[in-house]
Design a protein. Structure first.
Length: 159
């Protein structure tokens, strides 16, 4: 992250383990005032270094089937297809990539039947899709969204 120091990193480390901790308790743990904690959090939010959000457990919502859907699409259609995939409520992640499969998505659905419906009634019908592969996730030994940190240099490359 850009423009962060040891205190910012300590704040983030504690919030990673308990996002509901109060600024007063954070300050007590780090030996600074709750006002300092509040200012640091606001500064990191304004700079785009962090976003505060709730993480939802998909299985608690009945979404028990997760799959990566990798698409090989016409190069001139990749952005359009990625945008279309982004509009689907079942698809929380879409990426443009290099290599054979130039659009990769993650689908979260109720069951395999819903996954088949999504693939056949959406992805396979889009113009420009040459082929696709569906990889159902059987387990996820590591899934940590809290460690994704985007530097200013990387953020500028994305834009």
């Amino acid at each position: 992250m850009s423009n962060t120091d040891r205190l910012d990193e300590q704040i983030l480390e504690i919030l990673t383990n308990d996002a509901r901790i109060s600024n007063r308790e954070l300050g007590r743990l780090l030996n600074v005032s709750d006002v300092t904690i509040g200012k640091r959090l606001k500064s990191m939010q304004r700079s785009g270094a962090i976003r505060l959000a709730a993480l939802i457990d998909p299985s608690a919502l009945g979404l028990n089937c997760a799959a990566f859907i990798r698409l090989k699409v016409a190069a001139d259609m990749a952005r359009k297809i990625a945008a279309a995939a982004s509009e689907l409520k079942e698809v929380p992640f879409v990426a443009l990539t290099g290599g054979t499969h130039n659009v990769v998505t993650l689908a979260l659905v109720e069951d395999r039947q819903a996954l088949a419906h999504l693939v056949h009634n959406h992805f396979r019908k889009w113009e420009g899709v040459h082929s696709l592969e569906t990889h159902e996730l059987s387990s996820s030994p590591k899934h940590r969204l809290d460690v994704v940190r985007i530097t200013e240099k990387a953020r500028n490359k994305i834009r």
